[in-house]
Design a binder for this molecule. Sequence first.
Ligand code: ARG
Length: 458
Amino acid sequence: MAKMWAGRTVGDTDKIADDFNSSISFDSRMYSEDIEGSIAHATMLASQKIISDEDAQILIAGLEGIKKDIDSGDLAIDFNCEDIHMFVEQVLTERVGDVGKKLHTARSRNDQVALDMRMYLRKQSNQIIAKIKSLIEVIVNQANTNKYTILPGYTHLQRAQPIVFAHHLLAYAMMLLRDKDRLSDTIKRINVSPIGSCALAGTTYDTDRDYEAKLLGFDEVALNSIDGVSDRDFCVEFMSACSLIMTHLSRLSEEIILWSSWEFKFVELSDAYTTGSSIMPQKKNPDMAELIRGKTGRVYGNLMALLTTLKGLPLAYNKDMQEDKEGVFDTVDTIHKCLDVMTPMLDTMTVNADNMKNAALKGFINATDLADYLTKKGMPFRSAYKISGQMVAKCISVNKVLEDLTLDEFREYSELFELDVYEAIDLNTCVQKRISKGGTSTKSVEEQIAYVLENIKE
Ligand code: ARG
C-alpha cells in the first residue's frame, strides 16, 4: 500500500519488510494517548496562529470522532498501517480531507511516540500504585487479625526466634510501600513532555511547548530536543521499579507455597485460588502463587532486553527504539495480573494458628531468650550463649524442650537460674518483650500498622 511517507521513495516496500517494520499490532493500545496528544497539538498550533482556529476545530472534532469510534468498536484498527500514529492521521485525513494533513506540522513521530509512551506509562503507574495500596490494605487486615499469632521466625530456613505472624506480613507491607514510593518517584521523570522536540532538532515554527505540555498534564518539558526523542530512561526506570515489585511478590509467593505445603500447613488458600491435579486426587496446588513467582522472570527479562537495546544506540531516534514497547507492555500486563490475583488470594487465605504455635514450640526458638535471661542476671552474653547452647544439645539428646527441664536441672548449668526462668522463656514473653522499634511485640507491630496506614493515605 502507498506509504504516508512516500516521496523520497516511490517503489513499494516488500510485504515481509512491511510486517517486520510495523508496530501497530502492539502500539495500537496507545490510541487514546495518541489522539489526546494530537488534540493538544492542534490546540497549540491554533493558539500560536500556525494553523487557523477553524482548521483546529475540524482537526479536533475529527480526532474526537476517531477516539469515540475506536472506543465503541465502530472503527477497526487497520493492521496494514505501520503504526498507531500513521493510522490515526490517515483516518483523520480520510474523514476531514486535506485539513488532516496539517496536524503533523511542527511535530514528528519521534517526539509523538515518546509522548504517547510517557502518557501511557504515567496512567499505568498510577493504576499500579492504587493496586499496590489495595494489596497493602489486605496485608494490614491479615496483620490485624494475627497480632498474637505466634510462629517461628526463620533464618537459613531454620527456626530462629518466635515472632507474631503480623510482624512477618508487615515486612511485605514495608517492601510494597517502597515499591509504591519508587513508582511515584519514577512518575516525576515520566511526566516530562518531549513533544515539540520534533524529529530531533526542534522546529522553525513559533510553537509553545510549555502550553502544549500543560494541556496534557505534564509538569515540565524536555529541555534538550535530542534528549527528548532519544530518552527511554523512563521506560527502564518503570521496568526496574516493576522488577522489584515482582521480586517482592515472588518472595511472598514462595512463602505462601511453603506455608501451604503438608510439611508446614501454616496457611490454607481459598479454593478459588488453587487448582487440583489431573491424576492425584489429594492435591490442592498453589498454582497462582507459583505463576507469580514464575512470571517474575519475564519482567526481569524485559528490563534486561531494553537496557541491552539502548546501550549501543547513537543519538537521536533509531528504529531499535520501537523495541521498547512489547517489553514495557508485557511488564504492565504482567504486573496488573499478578497484583489482581495476589490481593484476593492473600485476603481469603486462612491462617492455621495451632500449627504455627506447634512449630514454634519445637524448635528451641527461645534459646536466645534463655541466654538473655542469664545475661540480665550478670553473666557475660558470650558465656550465657554457650550455656544455652549446651542446654539445647542436652535437651535434644533426651528428647525434651527447655521448658520441660526442672529447676534443679536448670541449676546444674548455672546458679543464676530461679523460678522466674519459666516465665522468661515462655514464647508469649519472648514475643511481647521485644518492644524495640520495629520488633515483634504486639505493641511494636501496632506501631508498624499505624505507620503503614499513614503512608497509604492520599
Ligand atoms: N513506531 C515507531 C516507534 O515505535 C514510531 C516512531 C517512528 N519514527 C520514525 N522515524 N520511523 O518507535
